[in-house]
Design a protein around this ligand. Structure first.
Ligand code: AMP
Length: 282
């Protein structure tokens, strides 16, 4: 596995690669876990050459404190990537990604970035789009892999690729979970023992909701979820939304779409956890 940290090296390697090779790309912010490596594994299986980037993108953080607190575990990350079959790791600096002459972009994602995460984190998805667009320009992949854990981000990336008319297949990868159902996240390590025991309730509740789908209206389901968290001593609900899985428009009636997505953000103390579940209407 080759490790590089400047654009010049990346462009040289990229140029020397056989143009017929299928390049798979996995962008990350590091502090990697098995959820990330599932993306790398898929890329490695489906492509001839797998490139992974680790870059903590300052433009997608809403507060300096949050950015500064973002965990870094480079040695561990590199071991994991090597064992997963990644061929090339790109570790750019902030100045390489955003040089002095970098022009900020202002994307229009319509409703996609105005709901859910977009409400609480203004500018977040514009920052995500800027870095992904820049990385796509440099890496020039045929396929890029993103986790369904960040369902809204995935919708934004698909829109970005369409807007910029890029010939890149966006591959959605399923959420990897701990044995007790908690969605894997580097933030899970920051949970106290008590919070860690409480956190699987998020997915348990999403599963109950999916099981009872046909018995309740959208409104009743949302009310039920809010009640569960209102009585929860450790988990505080930030938002729970049921939306059209394609447009992210908040659903009013199940008949509006064959697929709805139920997305949730919860606080355990100061730690913010997100999860989602797809709801298919028969
Ligand atoms: P991040 O480093 O948090 O930006 O995540 C990099 C990629 O890994 C994103 O596409 C995430 O959606 C994906 N990812 C993070 N956690 C998981 C998980 N538990 N299962 C699957 N993919 C994940």
């Amino acid at each position: 596995m080759e490790i590089i940290s400047n654009i010049k090296d990346l462009l040289k390697i990229r140029k020397d690669l056989d143009p017929d090779l299928k390049i798979g790309f996995v962008p990350t912010m590091g502090a990697l876990h098995l959820g990330h490596s599932s993306l790398v594994k898929k890329a490695e299986q489906e492509c001839d050459f797998c490139i992974c980037s680790i870059f903590v993108n300052p433009k997608q953080f809403n507060s300096v404190e949050d950015l500064e607190k973002y965990p870094t575990r480079l040695d561990q990350d590199l071991k994991l990537l090597k064992s997963t079959g990644c061929h090339l790791v790109f570790l750019p600096s902030k100045d390489e990604i955003y040089p002095k002459d970098y022009k900020e972009k202002n994307y229009d994602f319509g409703l996609l970035d105005r709901v859910m995460e977009g409400v609480e984190r203004p500018g977040h998805f514009n920052g995500v789009a800027m870095v992904v667009s820049r990385l796509f320009d440099l890496v020039k992949p045929q396929r890029a892999y993103f986790g369904e854990k960040d369902f809204q981000q995935l919708s934004i990336i698909k829109s970005l690729v369409a807007q910029e008319k890029r010939m890149i297949d966006i591959v959605a990868c399923p959420i990897l979970r701990e044995d007790d159902g908690l969605a894997m996240s580097s933030r899970n390590l920051r949970l106290t023992h008590e919070m860690r025991n409480a956190a699987p309730r998020i997915y348990e509740r999403l599963k109950i909701l999916r099981k009872n789908l046909s018995h309740n209206s959208v409104h009743e389901q949302k009310k039920w979820m809010a009640e569960q968290f209102a009585h929860d001593p450790l988990l505080k609900l930030e938002y729970f939304e049921i939306s059209n899985a394609q447009t992210l428009k908040p659903s009013i009636d199940w008949s509006e779409s064959k697929e709805h997505i139920a997305c949730i953000a919860v606080y355990a103390g100061s730690i913010r956890l997100i999860d989602n579940i797809l709801l298919k209407i028969n």
